[in-house]
Design a protein. Structure first.
Length: 134
């Protein structure tokens, strides 16, 4: 039995290393699969915690991607930049995500400029003085 336990420990260690490599590449599904490849192995609390963290990140990423796609399709940009930033934090700097973030930042900047211009116009019409600090 001791030999079987040692073999299980060696397999678990190998799978943990593989899972960590996948996680560093932001491939959470593959990392989870690497940990679950050998059924019946008892994981330490640390490995179980790592697995749970991977599952949470995978689920959050998938959910955010669905929300982002849906919002873009509906042309609803409210809160989209925050979601894109979170996905970048979870999945790394993919070129498409960075490009989308840049477009959203430009959109928000343009919107802010319009709001400032409208506020300045309202103040001019009311004959009041406005000092804007940007």
């Amino acid at each position: 039995e001791c030999g079987g336990k040692q073999k299980d420990l060696k397999i678990a260690k190998t799978q943990l290393t593989e899972a960590q490599s996948h996680a560093q590449a932001f491939d959470f599904s593959s990392a989870i699969q690497a940990l679950e490849v050998v059924p019946g192995i008892d994981f330490t609390p640390e490995i179980e915690s790592f697995r749970n963290e991977l599952i949470a990140k995978r689920d959050e990423t998938e959910s955010l991607f669905k929300e982002i796609k849906s919002q873009i399709k509906e042309k609803n940009y409210l809160g989209l930049l925050e979601k894109v930033n979170r996905v970048i934090e979870l999945k790394g700097n993919g070129a498409d995500l960075l490009k989308l973030r840049e477009r959203l930042e430009q959109r928000e900047l343009k919107s802010a400029r319009k709001k400032i211009a409208a506020a300045v116009q309202m103040v001019k019409e009311d004959g009041m003085l406005l000092i804007v600090m940007v």
